[in-house]
Design a protein around this ligand. Structure first.
Ligand SMILES: [Zn+2]
Length: 75
């Protein structure tokens, strides 16, 4: 059961993740992309949300810290 490389169309082992002929990455070109429909979108959405919360919290902390430092420098 060999499949063909989508780039050079040479026969490649079905479990190969890199084509031995043109050395291009074949991962996600066939069945692996069908296993997770919409999973990536949900995951990246959660990650983006967490990133937004994290950066927001960091900005608040940083601004508060700078204000406190200004007070210390003024007094
Ligand atoms: Zn190839």
């Amino acid at each position: 059961m060999a499949r063909r490389c989508p780039f050079c169309y040479e026969k490649v082992h079905k479990l190969a993740s890199v084509c031995p002929h043109c050395h291009r990455d074949m991962a996600g070109q066939s069945d692996s992309s069908q296993k997770r429909p919409g999973g990536i979108g949900l995951c990246s959405g959660v990650v983006m949300g967490l990133m937004g919360i994290a950066t927001g919290a960091l900005a608040v902390i940083l601004v508060g810290f700078l204000k406190e430092r200004q007070k210390w420098e003024e007094s």
